[in-house]
Design a protein around this ligand. Structure first.
Ligand code: C5P
Length: 250
């Protein structure tokens, strides 16, 4: 599939995409991924990290296990939520799913960019139609950080192309590997929000991640937020690990 030719070149989205204010302080730039099988384990970490961490990501593992009550428990603790369900379906199903999840009033959520132009335009239209405070910022997942480049000679072309499609369709921003941040900003500018997962410190195990980068790589490349899971959740001292990441984002 040639995704470049799907980009509606020359079209501009009718109005600014809905989404949260971009972070200004280092602490606001960290999103901790709560990849746990139960709410009890997730909330134990949240309570342990206390004021240190503002944003949390709830992904498929935890949401499928605990659903909306877990989202409400986090919101009740004053936390900001990134609900990472990576929607990828036909346009009608994606827009209906977004309408349902908008009731949870999360700050950010994800759709897969390869779902295609019609699906992206449909979800962007739903987000624009929602009352302020209910529309999450829609992030287009470009390439998963666990995947190698399809063309090693041109390692970020696919990410840059998918990001162009997402922006042209009116999405709030992108999910992309940290090493793609600089090429993405160079190609598409500072308008859309950029969130980088696959963050590792030099001493961390890469595990299943391929396209990794440090917090500094992401920040210097122009990322607004970074997502950090295991380097914090599996650290001997998660609070110290979170503080170290935040210091690197300053
Ligand atoms: O533990 P780790 O820091 O590798 O976790 C990364 C988190 O970011 C996981 O929750 C994963 O689902 C998510 N993610 C990713 N790559 C993407 C999109 C999301 O690793 N492209």
């Amino acid at each position: 599939m040639n995704l470049v030719s799907q980009t509606p070149s020359g079209t501009t989205p009718p109005m600014a995409p809905a989404g949260p204010e971009r972070p200004r302080e280092a602490r606001e730039r960290l999103i901790v991924a709560l990849d746990y099988p139960s709410g009890g384990e997730a909330l134990a970490l949240v309570d342990r990290l206390g004021e240190e961490v503002i944003w949390y990501k709830v992904g498929m593992e935890l949401f499928y296990a605990e659903g909306a009550p877990l989202v409400h428990a986090l919101t009740a603790r004053g936390k900001r939520l990134f609900l990472d369900l990576k929607l990828h379906d036909i346009p009608n199903t994606m827009s209906s799913a977004l309408r349902s999840l908008s009731r949870l009033k999360v700050g950010l959520t994800t759709v897969h960019v390869p779902a295609g132009r019609e699906a992206l335009l449909a979800v962007a239209a739903v987000a624009r139609s929602l009352p302020p405070g209910e529309a999450p910022g829609l992030l287009g997942v470009t390439r998963l950080t666990s995947l190698p480049a399809p063309d090693p000679e041109r390692p970020w072309d696919d990410v840059v192309s998918l990001a162009g499609l997402a922006a042209a369709c009116g999405l709030y921003g992108w999910i992309a590997p940290a090493p793609a941040a600089r090429p993405l900003r160079a190609a598409h500018g500072a308008g859309p929000a950029l969130i980088c997962p696959g963050i590792r410190l030099p001493e961390n195990d890469r595990a299943d991640q391929v396209a990794v980068g440090t917090p500094e790589d992401a920040r210097e490349g122009g990322a607004d937020w970074i997502v950090v899971g295991r380097p914090i959740t599996q650290a001997v001292d998660p609070t110290a690990a979170a503080r170290d990441v935040i210091r690197r984002l300053a």
